[in-house]
Design a protein around this ligand. Structure first.
Ligand SMILES: *[C@@H]1O[C@H](CO)[C@@H](O)[C@H](O)[C@H]1NC(C)=O
Ligand SMILES: *[C@@H]1O[C@H](CO)[C@@H](O)[C@H](O)[C@H]1NC(C)=O
Length: 652
């Protein structure tokens, strides 16, 4: 009987989780359906052929993190990039998508702008003469906004030391007019303003005003051949009023960003197609991985490749383009089927010796140089008009390097799916995910306490609520029961949970010279509330790693203590060894809070944030207070609130 109820409950749980996942996740991260009836107009000339025409290319680099403390090679190798690489690739433009400087102290916890880091960046631009070779479009990232009180403040070094900051100190538009078309690049600066110190400066934010400016850019971009958006944060990490940035970029072809460093290599291809129909392409960092990207527009078909510094030759197949990134509703994809040549770009500082092309494992020939890096090979696309095919290119240069590239293509608009992790990270609204996680965790901690309390007030507590499920569940319920029946443990815990949800977590120098208040929902400083969505994630872990363990520990402590009293056992003289054996979990809970308070808040926001910090520092005090209360539960109280006996329960 009991087990069948459990099975039914379990199934109900699984089904409702499945429904939740379906409603909240799969629909959101599914590839949008493309209206193929509108595609016939997508095959008007010009068609890709043997001539070097209708093509240009540009590069992207992200998250440089120039630091005065760490890894000077970030700077010296960028210099090399600006000379050897730029000379070999000759990109029309270079997009630099934020975190130009690291702005972290040596301890990696404190943060603030260092003028020296900005001069390092400026020196690279000046010394290499890269600004004369190409158009350098740089934009700020969150690190460039650590401890920047306002855009006009002198600490906003982006204005003085970057390539674009003198003209634009926020989002801007760059128009590239070429003989064969007009291409628009819109830079999105979503850094919070004022910019607090780290860590609560991880999510971007856009105000309605900034979105209105971007909407103007979008409208001014409508008559172009293609619009490319770029910025630091993936759209999933930007807080803003609806319908938001993705809606603004709805007519774009791609949004190129950085910030997540491919999650330390966990999601090496953090690329997806958003519901609005544009590609969102995160690029790995320069900081540790020395990644950069080469993007080509060939006959208005966009292709790109993400490569490592100093890896040659670079191969970028532009016709037929990679099936995964094909956008039939906004690219003239029909041109591929009418093309006369396979086209690809091959870059190397050396001389290219051979470019061998195979399709579906059959060698189809060697591509010949058309002009510059463009290589072409005649083909008959109708041989491949159905389904998905694979093209493989092997290029060798005179420096002894060889690169192989293999990718799929489709001339009938067969769509492929992006990786699940990439879709989750880029397509969900991570603000909402954080808020949901926090709310669920908070209620999980709070509701059982309230439930047992109400049951006790109504004097209806009996073994019903403690009926044996599994031993573990029973033990957990029993502990929560103990915590909730004693005022000295119930009230402090409930007040704490409510407090961290609504009250300030700490008061401290979130900006140099400005004392601010940090709440769950954001940071209040100099008259502005900056939504800081990372706080929800911190709150979630605080419940998981502090509140819930503390409830379970306190419950155990009361139970343990009462049993000792009941047995009338003269308490063993507590030795240090026994104490540690019994209370190691308590010591761990307190230690972690002090450690986080010191390592996180003291170093990041100063002494005041450490002392006036209910969220962390005072939490350790709360844990000690509860520990003391639990060990002071008196015998009378024990008689007033008898432990439901196991006997009763068995017959209950
Ligand atoms: C504080 O805010 C005001 C008005 O928003 C601004 O003028 C001032 O520059 C800010 N303070 C600092 C130090 O930036
Ligand atoms: C760019 O757009 C113009 C106007 O629509 C068109 O005539 C031209 O062919 C396009 N360029 C390319 C390379 O397709």
């Amino acid at each position: 009987m009991k087990s069948s109820i459990l099975v039914v409950l379990f199934l109900a749980l699984v089904i409702s989780c499945g429904l939740l996942v379906k409603i909240f996740i799969t629909d959101k991260i599914r590839r949008p359906v493309i209206n193929t009836s509108a595609l016939s107009s997508r095959s008007a000339p010009p068609f890709p052929g043997a001539k070097e025409d209708n093509i240009f290319w540009f590069a992207q680099v992200s998250d440089l993190h120039f630091s005065i403390f760490y890894d000077p090679a970030r700077v010296s190798q960028l210099k090399e990039f600006c000379s050897t690489h730029i000379d070999a690739i000759k990109p029309k433009l270079v997009l630099v998508t934020g975190d130009l400087t690291d702005a972290k102290h040596k301890d990696l916890q404190g943060s603030g702008q260092f003028q020296e880091e900005w001069t390092l960046y400026n020196d690279v631009l000046k010394e290499t003469g890269v600004l004369k070779k190409t158009t350098w479009l740089d934009i700020r990232g969150n690190h460039d906004a650590f401890d920047v009180p306002s855009l006009t403040n002198q600490k906003n070094f982006y204005r003085t030391y970057s390539a674009q900051g003198k003209k634009h100190f926020h989002s801007y538009q760059h128009v590239e007019v070429l003989p064969f078309g007009k291409y628009i690049f819109n830079a999105v600066d979503a850094c919070p303003n004022p910019g607090p110190r780290r860590p609560f400066n991880f999510f971007g934010m856009l105000t309605q005003d900034s979105l209105d400016t971007l909407e103007e850019f979008a409208q001014a971009s409508e008559k172009s051949n293609a619009t490319i958006w770029f910025g630091h944060y993936p759209t999933s990490l930007i807080g803003m009023p609806g319908p938001g940035l993705r809606h603004v970029m709805r007519n774009g072809i791609a949004y190129l960003c950085g910030h997540l460093h491919t999650l330390a290599g966990l999601v090496p291809k953090m690329h997806t197609l958003q519901k609005e129909g544009y590609l969102e392409l995160e690029l790995g960092d320069w900081k540790d991985n020395r990644m950069y990207r080469v993007v080509a527009m060939d006959h208005d078909l966009m292709s790109f490749t993400d490569v490592h510094f100093d890896t040659w030759p670079i191969i970028l197949v532009t016709n037929p383009k990679d099936a995964l990134y094909t956008l039939p509703d906004r690219e003239p994809t029909g041109r591929m089927l009418k093309s006369t040549h396979i086209r690809l770009l091959v870059f190397s500082p050396g001389k290219i010796l051979s470019v061998e092309v195979s399709i579906d494992t059959v060698q189809v020939g060697f591509a010949k140089q058309a002009k510059g890096p463009l290589y072409v090979l005649a083909w008959n696309p109708t041989d491949y008009s159905k389904g998905v095919h694979t093209i493989k290119v092997i290029a060798k240069d005179s420096l002894g390097n060889s690169t192989t590239v293999e990718q799929s293509f489709s001339l009938d608009h067969t769509v492929l799916d992006f990786g699940l992790m990439a879709r989750l990270v880029l397509m969900l609204d991570l603000n909402t995910v954080g808020q949901t996680l926090y709310t669920v965790a908070m209620l999980t901690a709070l509701l059982p306490l309230l439930y047992f309390r109400i049951m006790k007030e109504r004097k209806t507590v009996n073994c019903l609520h403690l009926r044996r499920f599994f031993d573990v569940v029973n033990e957990i319920l029993r502990r929560i029961y103990y915590v909730s029946v004693y005022n000295n443990t119930f009230y402090p815990l409930v007040i704490y949970i409510v407090y961290i949800t609504i009250g300030p977590w700490f008061i401290g120098h979130v900006l140099d010279g400005h004392v601010g208040l940090c709440f769950l929902f954001g940071i209040y400083v100099n008259g502005t509330l900056i939504p800081s969505n990372l706080t929800y994630v911190y709150g979630f872990f605080q419940i998981l790693m502090f509140v819930i363990p503390l409830i379970l520990y306190t419950g155990w402590c009361i139970q343990h203590h009462l049993r000792n009293l009941k047995k009338d056992k003269a308490m063993d003289k507590p030795t240090c060894k026994n104490y540690i054996k019994d209370h190691w979990s308590f010591l761990l809970i307190v230690f972690l809070q002090v450690w986080f308070a010191y390592g996180g808040f003291f170093k990041a926001y100063g002494t005041m944030a450490f002392l006036l910090g209910p969220f962390r520092t005072w939490s350790a005090v709360l844990a000690i207070y509860l520990h003391r209360n639990a060990l002071n539960v008196e015998r009378q109280e024990l008689e007033m609130k008898p432990e439901p006996s196991e006997q009763q329960c068995k017959h209950g």
